[in-house]
Design a protein around this ligand. Sequence first.
Ligand code: NAG
Ligand code: NAG
Ligand code: NAG
Ligand code: NAG
Ligand code: NAG
Ligand code: FE2
Length: 466
Amino acid sequence: MSHFPSSSICFIVIISILVSNSTLLCNGGKTSVYVRKAEKSVEMPLHSDVFQAPSGYNAPQQVHITQGDHVGKAVIVSWVTEDEPGSNTVVYWRENSKEKKKAMGNVYTYKFYNYTSGFIHHCTIRNLEYDTKYYYVVGDRNSMRKFWFTTPPQVGPDVPYTFGIMGDLGQTYASNITLTHYENNPEKGQAVLFVGDLSYADNHPNHDNVRWDTWARFVERSAAYQPWIWTAGNHEIDFAPEIGETKPFKPYTHRYHVPYRASQSTAPFWYSIKRASAYIIVLSSYSAYGKYTPQNQWLEQELPKVNRSETPWLIVLTHSPWYNSYNYHYMEGETMRVMYEPWFVEHKVDIVLSGHVHAYERSERVSNIAYNIMNGECRPVKDLSAPVYITIGDGGNIEGLANNMTEPQPEYSAYREASFGHAIFDIKNRTHARYSWHRNHDGYAVEADSMWFFNRFWHPVDESSQ
Ligand SMILES: *[C@@H]1O[C@H](CO)[C@@H](O)[C@H](O)[C@H]1NC(C)=O
Ligand SMILES: *[C@@H]1O[C@H](CO)[C@@H](O)[C@H](O)[C@H]1NC(C)=O
Ligand SMILES: *[C@@H]1O[C@H](CO)[C@@H](O)[C@H](O)[C@H]1NC(C)=O
Ligand SMILES: *[C@@H]1O[C@H](CO)[C@@H](O)[C@H](O)[C@H]1NC(C)=O
Ligand SMILES: *[C@@H]1O[C@H](CO)[C@@H](O)[C@H](O)[C@H]1NC(C)=O
Ligand SMILES: [Fe+2]
């Protein structure tokens, strides 16, 4: 590992700038010149079209799916009924097959201050075939609703697969545009990696949990048809002792089930899945992660299990970014970085996806693991074994854009822009993945930022020299 060779060039540039009395700064990467009009993100009102409940007595609503096991042969189907528990069964069948199967789920309710939830159903469908389209029906005689999904191909090193990436979505008009752009992206995402902060219900008086319901109705048009892989953000904590709500993550854990036990995790906030050629590790910025904690112990045992001959692409999701050059949530991810960054470098993580900061940023491949309190080596350095860090908390939530950046742009920061958007991670084979970020203000196919990822295990070549 060595410092950026560019730092000495920078030095020379600074000297010459001083000499020439110019006002140029010695910036690291690129700060986009695109300046989005700073506007408040307005939440869509309760009567909006995207929030309408389906018609019919006790009709299933808020339907969403996620992966239900470790390898992609199971799906968790979740939905809510408002009038009575109703049917707990999912009926499903393979496309072109007449044989209908049934799976039984469980129903849950919870109270939050003076809110009482509807009947929340979770049903895991198992033993599915890979790479197969299935139809499924929830509800009963009163009102049935039919959806479909396609299972991923069998886990293997050269299986192409396309992930969408969104974070900090919320339920504003901008959120609706982000989701629409993701849906209309010609590079069709097959599953969503969601980096936390879902509904922003906690920005309402008493964390009005009706906003958890409206959010789930809003995203149903995508989440009922392709799995969204969930990460817990700070807006999922819902810790409100002032109204007697002291159990963190209560609404989130009742509404969003994840297959954490399949990866020997002991809590739904950190877990892993394999999907096609990717190994995805979800971490929790808001659960203890220090030495001896359950999450720490789990991750230490988890990383050596990743077999890059089986799943070449190692992707980590965590809500709070470690490398963030905006003046928001500055250094909030620092303690987790100190704990886990050496492991990420050792195990050659390809990409770390985070949200939290309501803007977009992509890092160079850097690490900052040499520091030992005594040696003063506390600057990020170029490191080809290190992941690229992406901050993509730009879904468009009610809190608005983060547009105040630290200046000059740090060398580790390759690209940053304060715009709402989504990204696509398109795995081609074991060596190549095409990554692109799309800002909401452009046409669906426009890539505002993009790069070819070279796999850190199979093709650890420096991409920045492309
Ligand atoms: C809950 O309490 C708030 C005020 O404390 C009130 O505005 C709201 O209508 C109540 N909601 C329900 C469902 O009772
Ligand atoms: C949300 O987006 C969808 C799809 O573009 C559109 O049909 C709908 O009218 C939008 N709703 C709102 C409230 O913006
Ligand atoms: C890793 O995966 C490959 C391909 O599936 C398999 O042949 C090999 O045995 C696995 N290695 C270990 C240590 O499990
Ligand atoms: C940007 O953030 C810095 C550091 O927190 C602060 O000093 C400055 O006033 C902010 N600028 C604006 C325009 O808000
Ligand atoms: C992997 O995909 C890249 C990009 O599509 C392509 O250039 C390369 O030839 C592929 N490698 C193999 C072994 O097919
Ligand atoms: Fe957040």
